[in-house]
Design a protein around this ligand. Sequence first.
Ligand code: AHR
Length: 495
Amino acid sequence: MKNSMIINADIKDGIINRNIYGHFAEHLGRCIYEGIWVGEDSVIENTKGIRNDVLEALKRINIPVLRWPGGCFADEYHWKDGIGSRSDRKRMVNTHWGGVVENNHFGTHEFMLLCELLNCEPYICGNVGSGTIQEMSEWVEYMTFDGESPMANWRQENGQQEPWGLKYFGVGNENWGCGGNMRPEYYADLYRRYQTYVRNYGDNKIYKIAGGANIDDYNWTEVLMREAAPFLDGLSLHYYTIPGDFWLGKGAATDFTTDEWFITMQKAFYMDELITKHSAIMDKYDAEKRVGLIIDEWGTWFDVETGTNPGFLYQQNTIRDAVVAAIHFHIFHKHCNRVQMTNIAQTVNVLQAMILTEGKKMILTPTYHVFDMYKVHQDATLLSVDTNIGAYKYKEKELQQVTVTASRNTKGALNISLCNIDHKEPSSISIELRGLKETVKDLSATILTANKLDAHNTFEEPENVKPADFTNYKLDENSVDINLPPMSVVNLTIQ
Ligand code: AHR
């Protein structure tokens, strides 16, 4: 079969919300401490305590929104412990993640500074599991009240005169599990109650996100939508790509088999089914798609690297992770009329990270490079694509070998991203560019690929896997014949 696809440059399928390229940083392992926050006295160059190398790298990928402080940590976090003079802040035990001491040096002011430096929107997750309504309500007042009030006065005493802008607020996290082990009926009622006191002060309008379902818990979505839809702006969904079993062994991040490669691809594609089914339930209660599906935790989850704290979730990141990220973006784009934000877990040193650090050293992962290549799709118009693509056959199973997404950005550039998920076979494709007003003159291409299943970057060899110019295509008028190597992500840009 000859592979072909048609990019319909004149058929628009929606807008890709830039927040689909969002991130998540939790007080977990070495994500916040070491990965982002080193403190003002560190030998590592920093801006008011935030390491500069990480800051610069994150700026390059245009992070639109950053979720914090968790995750499971959020439902044990008491924000008042993390403000005021750092030396006086409470030292607590991070019971969920490794039982280590949390000194609270990175708190609300430090997080808001990070967002300011990154020029991204803060997305704060409040504590429903073990916190009070008053505590949540006062946090919002502390951050956003402009005028005289006990919390606003306290913020000013702590050095922040102006209120911060806060758009996104999560009312709990995984409340079916670490966030309180609740039943959906109970959480729906609690959500309604807590969110009442998440106030809009002045011009600050908060987009409220309810803790959503775990994977295929469709009943959770059903109950939340049925009982609380008018009170929420977003409903979350968590799904991680785990080749093995969560409890019995997830599989290694490197040094894995071709079986594991295939299963990982299969499990990454499962996100499409999940979004389709959760969206169908949401449609029943919200046909206008006012409520966003917020996938505020996704990504690969493997066994931790040998010798590291099992509670720190530190894993390497290979070309396989890059392909998984590309698959996810293609799926998220496809559902962009419902999916308004996603947050990969997590930014630095945890799970499918963008960046790994070791003391002063920092490396960019293959996943980082996909975020960099794909930033062109942020806020762009999704274009319709027809595909006729062969299968990636593995043993008795098969998956579509190549996935694609195309968009036109506000400056008029057309970006086509393709991903060959096959670990062995290349793919030749004829791409017809339909609906363009002019003949294509200016086409450029970038590729991220590798010739080993687990190719990755290390502190010794930080550039094993990195984007390169791509020339293995032929442009003839408005059609492109392209040859994608196995395990590759390619971006074509037409100006
Ligand atoms: O991202 C790691 C953890 O996974 C988060 O804290 C939790 O919400 C999820 O179970």
